[in-house]
Design a protein around this ligand. Structure first.
Ligand code: GLU
Length: 509
């Protein structure tokens, strides 16, 4: 690694909710920065006003806060390279566009959108693609085709123009990518991109390069979808004379759909029932989020880290500190990372099982309160201990443990059919008498007493327990029944058995 201070940025455009691939990009930037004691910067790239979506910037910030990816500089943190929102840097960019014109690396183009559309249509009719490039630029309406006087006349008259980059002709652009190695492109395959628009705003390309330069960014770590822009970006650094301080590039592999080909999209999530965004997106077409679906932020981040990064061992669970220590761009794969929604749940499960019963009780209590249940933390922690192995999410605890807090409202028909025999009501009625005479304090003592009673009366243990469970839990599920009974207590147990006896009998008629 060179002497240069590591400075990386996450540079999202506020055009909608932040895709989980974007969060992974932020994470890899963060891990890299922290590993090398560098700076992690948030820059909002909002120069394209037609794509600006209100609320998106706040959403991005809240998402990354939830993920605990703390910026050193950015729109909220400030910093000496600010402002960090490109719309507030508007005044900076024009001089750089002018500099490129003066050095003959860019030119004014006066073609109207209509004229360009017509040209595209004409090409299409001939089964060709129109590209504004070195092969054709001299025949279009721009300052390379016009005389100096003509250009000046048009500019003076206030005619709309854009500034285009004059892509070097017939050269091979050789670029280095930390993940992909050497990348070579012939310049003739790259068009003359617009750098500056008629609305006085730079395009993404110009603002991005100027800002990375001014903010002294050392490494650009971003998604693979930006790889096609790299020849232009590298050519821009060269045209500006900034090649010596050009950042190093690393293009991260795409996140792929769970099956089939292509990029992981919201549609895949909708179809298969998983979120593709970190938190709930509340505007327009709303979208679910990992946070609201019950994922722990650290489990989410851990899962994302392994989408593309290969630590080189079998280890899958990492704290953020461990990830910082182990992360390297050299261990990021070139090929796409397939997303597996089941694996995402597995990660959450691992983090859930690691939590203490008290921690889980603290998380479960508000959920219970939401259902109007006021249980004590100690009791809830005991319940959690009995059922946590069966769940991936805190909210799933309810389905596994509701019967500790309330009587069942219905009885599983299949269990009734299988386990509720003709003699069952009679047996349970006698058991009720027995239950009202024993202590519920100690589960093991209850078991001894019960076994003795059953032996004496020559009743099968399983037969009784299945029917009892049906009245107490409402089905055949749940942890050890005697533990449940001792936890809900004698009165509640008896009430449930009585109610079962009334209701289940009715079912049978
Ligand atoms: N604004 C671009 C985006 O939305 C940034 C790409 C880059 O990191 O250069 O992804």
């Amino acid at each position: 690694m060179s002497e240069r201070k590591v400075r990386v940025r996450f540079a999202p455009s506020p055009t909608g909710p932040l895709h989980m691939g974007g969060v992974r990009t932020a994470l890899f930037n963060y891990l890299f920065a922290k590993k090398y004691n560098g700076d992690f910067i948030l820059r909002i790239e909002d120069t394209d006003q037609t794509r600006y979506v209100p609320g998106a910037e706040e959403y991005i910030i809240e998402s990354l806060q939830w993920c605990k990816l703390q910026f050193d500089e950015g729109v909220s943190e400030g910093g000496k390279y600010g402002p960090y929102r490109q719309s507030e840097r508007k005044a900076i960019y024009k001089q750089y566009a002018d500099q490129l014109i003066a050095s003959d690396n860019a030119y004014f183009a006066f073609d109207t959108p209509q004229e360009l559309d017509d040209l595209r249509a004409k090409y299409e009719a001939e089964k060709k693609t129109f590209t504004y490039d070195s092969s054709i630029r001299k025949s279009l309406k721009n300052s390379l085709a016009f005389s100096k006087d003509e250009t000046e006349k048009r500019l003076a008259s206030g005619e709309h123009y854009v500034i285009r980059f004059k892509m070097p002709e017939n050269s091979v652009i050789i670029m280095q990518d930390i993940i992909r190695g050497e990348v070579k492109v012939t310049s003739s395959t790259v068009d003359d991109k617009v750098l500056f628009k008629s609305d006085g705003m730079p395009t993404y390309h110009l603002a991005n390069i100027v800002d990375d330069h001014l903010m002294e960014i050392s490494h650009v770590i971003r998604g693979e979808e930006w790889l096609p822009s790299l020849p232009l970006h590298v050519s821009l650094y060269r045209a500006f004379g900034w090649e010596n301080t050009m950042p190093q590039f690393a293009h991260l592999p795409l996140l792929l759909k769970p099956t089939g080909n292509g990029k992981l999209s919201k549609r895949d999530g909708d179809k298969l029932g998983f979120p593709v965004f970190p938190i709930y997106w509340p505007y327009g077409e709303t979208a679910r989020g990992y946070r609201e679906d019950g994922y722990f932020n650290d489990a989410f981040i851990n899962m994302l880290a392994l989408l593309g990064w290969n630590p080189g061992t079998e280890q899958e669970i990492f704290t953020l500190e461990e990830m910082i220590k182990l992360f390297s761009l050299e261990r990021v794969n070139k090929s796409g990372a397939r997303f597996d929604p089941e694996k995402a749940k597995w990660f959450n499960n691992q983090y859930l099982q690691k939590k203490t019963n008290e921690e889980l009780a603290d998380l479960y209590l508000p959920y219970l309160q939401g259902k109007g249940i006021n249980a004590g933390k100690m009791m809830v922690a005991e319940v959690v201990a009995l059922v946590k192995e069966r769940v991936n999410f805190v909210h799933e605890l309810w389905e596994q443990s509701f019967f500790f807090f309330q009587a069942p409202e219905s009885y599983d028909e299949n269990v009734v059919k299988k386990k509720w025999k003709e003699e069952t009501p009679e047996i349970l009625k006698n058991i009720l008498k027995f239950l009202s005479g024993i202590s519920f304090e100690n589960r093991n003592e209850m078991e001894e007493e019960l076994k003795k009673y059953l032996e004496t009366n020559q009743i099968g243990f399983g037969q009784v327990m299945n029917a009892l469970r049906l009245t107490i839990v409402g089905s055949g599920m749940g942890p050890d029944l005697l533990t449940i009974m001792s936890m809900i207590g004698r009165d509640e147990t008896i009430k449930r058995v009585e109610k079962g006896l009334e209701t289940i009998k009715l079912h049978q008629v």
